[in-house]
Design a protein around this ligand. Structure first.
Ligand SMILES: [Fe+2]
Length: 204
């Protein structure tokens, strides 16, 4: 048994946006458990192995003080030069924004998740205006099996930028549901092909 694991992340949604926040977590494949006061739930990353203390998120509404500060931040960010530069940078390269990552053991499950997210982010969908998705495909030319699987993937066109390390896929959801500067403002969705695990990776 592992000595330490990543336990939980606490996500606080903007007042009034509980439903889209829950939709986003459900779209990621998490199982929501209503085991607290109204407005609170636990979100299990893997229901089958859940012990309700590891590998989960807690979702609750942000406090009034948090929301007041968040609104001030949003005002300051509007039209500011530094803010524009930062938002442009993390829009293009979300890896450099504070974020957390969800690891998918199966590429098929990740592909299905991307389909669901794209449906709900599209105009008319419950996440429209609250989330954007950006995909980074596996680096080509390193492994023929990886290349063939990427070419066959319905989730990728081949025009995407490549991931930040070898033999992995990285996709990023940017959302305003949990505040602009929180680690939950960017959620990474990852898959690693077999060769990734054959050495200690380097992130150049
Ligand atoms: Fe990352």
């Amino acid at each position: 048994m592992a000595t330490r694991t990543l336990g939980h992340l606490a996500l606080y949604y903007v007042p009034g946006l509980e439903e889209p926040a829950r939709t986003l977590l459900r779209d990621l494949g998490l199982s929501l458990v209503d085991n607290g006061p109204p407005g609170f739930c636990s979100a299990l990353l893997d229901e089958d192995s859940a012990n309700h203390h590891d590998n989960l998120l807690y979702l609750a509404q942000m406090t009034d003080a948090h929301w007041a500060l968040e609104q001030k931040l949003r005002e300051q960010l509007r039209g500011g030069e530094a803010a524009d530069a930062y938002l442009e940078q993390i829009g293009m390269w979300p890896e450099v924004a504070p974020h957390f990552g969800v690891k998918f053991q199966s590429l098929e499950t990740l592909e299905e998740t991307l389909r669901t997210l794209e449906r709900d982010i599209a105009p008319g969908g419950p996440l429209h205006g609250h989330a954007q998705l950006r995909k980074f495909r596996a680096r080509p030319g390193l492994d023929t099996e990886v290349d063939a699987r990427m070419a066959a993937s319905p989730a990728f066109t081949g025009d995407e930028h490549t991931a930040f390390a070898d033999h992995i896929i990285q996709c990023f959801v940017r959302t305003d549901l949990f505040g602009l500067l929180s680690s939950a403002a960017t959620i990474e969705l990852d898959y690693a092909f077999g060769p990734f695990f054959q050495r200690v990776p380097t992130f150049a």
